[in-house]
Design a binder for this molecule. Structure first.
Ligand SMILES: Cc1cc2nc3c(=O)[nH]c(=O)nc-3n(C[C@H](O)[C@H](O)[C@H](O)COP(=O)(O)O)c2cc1C
Length: 192
């Protein structure tokens, strides 16, 4: 039977919103009934049978509103299958000691430790959009430093989203939300 799924997201500059819409469309193609909403618009998750929630990484954490969403709904979220995704840039030009390892130790694990009752069936890690035109002067300086350490671009706009990988993840998530498998996996995508 069709599952009613919420895709909740936060975004700073829009790229995670587009990923959320895309994941929503893929889940619909898999036969689910899907609503996509920004986390701040969601007041209740009890009417959904499963939830996908995603946020960009902002200074090593989800956005405040996305963390607040997990806090507000943690009880309901712990009672239904959930999947999570992270949009970030740490996967760009990764080296063995960086990339996914950094994402796990700096972003994924601390967030899961903060919410021990949440057991996502899958965690997607998606490389996002690097766009120096959107950053404040201070933000651009920090991001430029982070990028130059990786040999990644230090100016301009670079859309590093890997839509094919996000599609594959979405289809897998549809199955996992259906079977409610309790073990989570991390999928890193879009290394450039
Ligand atoms: C203020 C700011 C801080 C960021 N901090 C990080 C970070 O700590 N680690 C990381 O991998 N990416 C970081 N990013 C990159 C974003 O996660 C990435 O660009 C993402 O695609 C933004 O998603 P959005 O377009 O939905 O806002 C940061 C971006 C901004 C604007």
């Amino acid at each position: 039977m069709a599952k009613r799924i919420l895709v909740a997201y936060d975004t700073i500059h829009g790229s995670t919103a587009e990923i959320a819409e895309f994941v929503g469309k893929e889940l619909i193609e898999e036969g689910n009934v899907v609503e996509v909403h920004r986390v701040t618009e969601v007041t209740d998750v009890n009417s959904y049978q499963a939830v996908v929630v995603g946020s960009p990484v902002k200074i090593e954490n989800w956005t405040e509103d996305a963390v607040d969403f997990l806090s507000r709904h943690k009880q309901a979220l712990s009672q239904r299958p959930i999947a999570m995704f992270f949009t970030c840039l740490a996967t760009l030009k990764r080296t063995p000691e960086d990339g996914l390892g950094r994402v796990m130790t700096h972003y994924v694990s601390p967030l899961l430790e903060q919410f021990p009752d949440l057991k996502p069936v899958s965690i997607g890690v998606f490389t996002g959009v690097l766009d120096y035109n959107k950053y404040t002067e201070e933000g651009a300086a920090g991001i430029r430093r982070f990028m130059s350490e990786r040999g990644a671009p230090v100016e301009g706009r670079h859309d590093c989203r890997d839509w094919q990988a996000i599609r594959v993840w979405s289809k897998e998530v549809s199955t996992r939300l259906e079977t409610s498998k309790g073990e989570w996996v991390v999928v890193a995508t879009g290394q450039r």
